[in-house]
Design a protein around this ligand. Structure first.
Ligand code: GDP
Ligand code: GDP
Length: 436
């Protein structure tokens, strides 16, 4: 379930973000079509030869006014800790600098696989410049040109060579994997402790690993759960770990490994941009989502407060209209008992499979009520629909012209599916394919 992580490190201006954008390019464009999803280019999905991975541009981590060497060291450290493969970018036009040597030393000592990309080699004559980079001691230098898109294929070939075999997770299919994500201080670890302290919750003891165990498995009413990355929630310190972006990075890994994501918001502070960003990632990852408004005890309330707060959430998280919202307090334990039942429900919906004939009946009815769009005299025709996947439920519409499936009509179809079937808490994917 976990995708390999590839981190790009290198001095400022060597071309990291240019290369990052090249690698993730098309995917980002697709995602940006989605209203309400804000994103930065720090962390994104990449794909090469059918291998999916997550790509981090460590240059995107803001480290304030630290001197270059300190920043470089922090970035390298982050990459060493988080990545399966590190892509080290240097500038072929400038040659090796002291900072390059410093980073090379750190990377070498880490024993992590490193692929060295020598950027700004814009034409073949410049390949002469390559040889000096062998002296960095981290193997073969790959000539690339980020701005011209040259050499990236060979570089990526080398990167995926190093991907670990998919070892999967040790949890069985019935175990619901829950992650809690949100900014620092919203109350994630308090919630975890509160949930684990609930009645009838039995926390499994894994011999020997309890102290630094990343995950916390537990059982309640015979349902098995695991809280993903409990250790990460408690971690503090280091410059980069206290930056907002780092906490996003950490969350992303947890999201990937979970079925159900609890997006935790602090009722005291309301919703800020970073909350939206984090929520956007959960949505994109296709996980079941519950929005948890914690610290509800701190809010002075009247009979409209909850309703108003929920409206604010709906306005801010347009793309999460399907996610249920829970208002609770880790401190007073108010409404804590609703969390696991909600988790069970959305986990079930995430796996819901609709029979093909029922599905087609519903869609044909919908089309009869609201005719398909036309464009330049052509009308979208839907021949049939089939559900091709669960987690999240994914529907393929076979049509005459996929381009005619506009976003607004897709939204209409999604709403119809949601009105008919139990999809609360889960995203739905709708794909249009040309019928042959
Ligand atoms: P970062 O700071 O490492 O992320 O570097 P950027 O990606 O922002 O690039 C820094 C500068 O180098 C920009 O002006 C880019 O246009 C330029 N650049 C990036 N890749 C190449 C390349 O392959 N060849 C040349 N000539 N310039 C490049
Ligand atoms: P995390 O950084 O998201 O894991 O947040 P913590 O669990 O460490 O909580 C941050 C602070 O908020 C701590 O001082 C908690 O005691 C406090 N806190 C957490 N949950 C609640 C709550 O429901 N109500 C109130 N009043 N305080 C809370």
């Amino acid at each position: 379930m976990t995708k390999p992580v590839v981190a790009i490190v290198g001095r400022p201006n060597v071309g990291k973000s240019t290369i990052f954008n090249r690698i993730v390019g098309e995917r980002v464009a697709i995602v940006e079509d989605m209203p309400g999803v804000t994103r930065d280019r720090l962390y994104s999905k990449g794909e090469w030869l059918n291998r999916d991975f997550n790509l981090i541009d460590t240059g995107g981590i803001e480290l304030g006014d630290e001197p270059l060497l300190v920043q470089m060291r922090e970035q390298a450290e982050l990459a060493i800790k988080e990545a399966d493969v590190i892509v080290f970018i240097v500038n072929g036009k400038e040659g090796i600098t002291g900072a390059d040597q410093e980073v090379a030393k750190l990377l070498f000592r880490s024993k992590k696989p490193v692929v060295l990309g020598v950027n700004k080699i814009d034409n073949p004559e410049m390949r002469e410049e390559l040889y000096e980079f062998y002296s960095l001691g981290i193997g073969e230098p790959y000539p690339i040109s980020g701005s011209h898109g040259l050499g990236l294929g060979d570089l990526l070939d080398a990167v995926i060579e190093y991907f670990p075999e998919d070892d999967g997770d040790d949890y069985d299919e019935e175990t619901i994997r829950i992650s809690l994500i949100g900014r620092p201080n919203v109350g994630k670890s308090s919630l975890v402790n509160a949930m684990l302290g609930e009645e009838r919750v039995i926390v499994s003891n894994i011999p020997g690993t309890t102290r630094d165990a990343i995950d916390t498995p537990f059982t309640k009413d015979e349902q098995k759960y695991v809280l993903i990355d409990t250790a990460g929630m408690r971690k503090r310190g280091k410059v980069y770990e206290s930056t907002e972006k780092y906490s996003v990075l950490r969350s992303l890994k947890a999201i990937e490994r979970s079925n159900v994501v609890l997006i935790v918001i602090n009722a005291e502070e309301g919703i800020i941009e970073q909350d939206k960003k984090i929520a956007g990632y959960a949505h994109e990852a296709g996980r079941a989502v519950i929005i948890v408004v914690n610290k509800w005890d701190t809010v002075v309330k009247d009979d409209k407060t909850m309703q108003n707060f929920e409206q604010k959430i709906r306005d801010e998280f347009l793309f999460l209209s399907y996610a249920p919202v829970l208002f609770l307090s880790a401190k007073t334990k108010q409404r804590l008992q609703f969390v696991l039942p909600a988790v069970n429900k959305v986990a079930e919906n995430h796996l819901l499979r609709v029979q093909t004939h029922v599905l087609n009946d519903v869609i044909m009815d919908a089309v009869a009520m609201n005719p398909t769009p036309t464009d330049k005299g052509k009308r979208l025709r839907i021949s049939y629909v089939t559900q091709v996947a669960v987690a999240p439920p994914t529907f393929v519409f076979f049509v005459n012209e996929p381009e005619l499936m506009h976003f607004s009509y897709q939204r209409f179809l999604e709403n119809k599916l949601r009105a008919t079937f139990e999809f609360e808490g889960t995203p739905i994917k709708i794909l249009a394919r040309k019928k042959n």
